[in-house]
Each structure stands twice: as C-alpha cells, then as structure tokens.
Design a protein around this ligand. Structure first.
Ligand code: AMP
Length: 246
C-alpha cells in the first residue's frame, strides 16, 4: 500500500508546514537516486516511498510546480530556471542549491528522504554534503540506475505524464487503461516539454557531462550502489530492496 505524502513544504518552500508529518521510521532511509533521464528513477522512488516511508524529494518537481505560479509570484531566479528547464539544460547550481537549502527541514525529517534529480553536479553534491553535515544527517546510500542509451531514448519518447496527480505512463510499456487518460484521476496525459526529442538530446549531453561524474564522487565515498534498470519496474524494485543497506 503506497504511502501518500503531503509535500507542500518541499514543493512550495519553507513557509507552509508539512501537513502530514511522516511518522518516525524504525530505520529512516536517506538516499540519493541517480541515473540518466528516462531510466525510471521516478517510478522506483514511488515504490520506495511506499515501502520505506521516506519522502520523495524531486528538484524537477519544484520547477514543474513553479511553472503553474502566476507571473507576479515568479522571482527572476525562477523565471531563469524555467527557461533553462524548457531547453533541457541544467538550472544553475546556485539557484538549485538555494532552493534545496530553503527546504532543509525535509532533509532532517524523521521519516527519511529520497532525493531524486539532486544533486546533478559535483558542485551540488559538495553543497549537499555541507547542508547535511551542518544538520548532522548522514546519507545511507546513492542508488545509481543504469540503462543502455537506446533503451533510455525509447523510454523517454513514449513517456506520458499526468498533469494532476503526476502519475507516469508509457505508450507501449505501461499504457493507461484508456489511451491518453490517467488511470488514477482521469486527467488527460501529456508529453513533458523536456521529453520532446530536441530537449532529450540536450538533457542526455548534460547528464554525461555533469551528472555521470557523480558516480565516481560517491563511489570513492563508498556510498554508490549500481542497479541495472533494464527490466520491468517491479523487478528493478526487487533488485533495489536486496541491495539496500540494512
Ligand atoms: P527532472 O524531472 O529531474 O528530470 O528535472 C527536469 C529539469 O529540471 C531538468 O532537465 C533541469 O532543467 C531541471 N533540474 C531539476 N533538478 C536539477 C538540478 N539538481 N540541477 C539542475 N537542473 C535541475
């Protein structure tokens, strides 16, 4: 049974309190999920949330939530971040780190966390290390999902997202019961702007240049766990659970 978390604090910033304060977990997990766009990190995060009780904290979700803000509530930094995102480029480190810093309560939460999409550069990883150190919080592991590039391209091309409940489908691998309609809330599915071919190419380049070096960074710290993502999502989840530190 999936645990549904209220993530208003994570999505909106430090002000709104987390309405559904997660219960303390016997074993709170503090994990980072790594992997190229399209490897299925988001789906694994949802499974992990249900099993471990931790919150799924995605920086991409913060930017997507910011897109629906009225113009008067968008700061210049957010406008700039959205322009980068639309082109499939990484948002500048300072902007992302300051957004994460504002949400430090989510990282000290007794329920644990799954960071998805952050850090994406070594500079962000160093900033995260400082934040966690100052809060006396330790990472348990960095899960690195691996998939051959041609499978990544196929997965992203067919991905469809629900604008309302954020569920993710795939036109052939995980189709909704009714074509183009979300199984969970009935909203019309759409293709994310940055899932279109021209943006995907830029995102893959950004990943290879900036994010792939993080595997070395966390490997040297003894935190990296590599997992093949070339299987059905439930099979990948089984592999993940077997490899998690106890
Ligand atoms: P995602 O949903 O994680 O694939 O993120 C979607 C987009 O948001 C990325 O292509 C980037 O433009 C931006 N983004 C999300 N997280 C970060 C990050 N940690 N650093 C830089 N850009 C990010």
């Amino acid at each position: 049974m999936a645990v549904k978390r209220e993530r208003s604090t994570w999505l909106k910033g430090p002000k709104p309190p987390c309405k559904d304060k997660p219960a303390a977990q016997k074993r709170p997990y503090r994990l980072i999920l790594l992997g190229a766009p399209g490897v299925g990190k988001g789906t694994q995060a949802e499974f992990l949330v249900g099993r471990l009780g931790a919150c799924h904290l995605s920086t991409g979700d913060i930017f997507r939530a910011a897109k629906s803000l009225p113009d008067c509530e968008r700061t210049p930094a957010i406008e700039e971040a959205l322009a980068h995102m639309k082109r499939g480029e990484l948002v500048p480190d300072e902007t992302v780190v300051s957004l994460v810093r504002e949400r430090v309560d989510c990282m000290t939460c007794q329920g644990g966390f799954l960071l998805d999409g952050f850090p994406r550069t070594v500079a962000q990883a160093e900033a995260l290390e400082d934040i966690l150190k100052s809060q006396k919080v330790k990472l348990d592991a960095v899960l690195n999902y691996e998939l051959p590039i041609e499978r990544v391209v196929e997965r992203i091309g067919g991905r469809r997202t629900c604008p309302k409940c954020k569920a993710v489908f795939h036109v052939t691998n995980m189709p909704p019961k009714k074509a183009g309609i979300c199984d969970h809330c009935g909203a019309e599915l759409f293709q994310r702007e940055d899932d279109r071919p021209e943006s995907v190419r830029v995102r893959m380049e950004a990943y290879a240049r900036s994010t792939a070096p993080l595997t070395d960074y966390y490997g040297k710290k003894g935190l990296l766990i590599s997992i093949s993502a070339d299987a059905a999502p439930d099979r990948v989840f089984e592999r993940t659970m077997k490899l998690l530190p106890s």
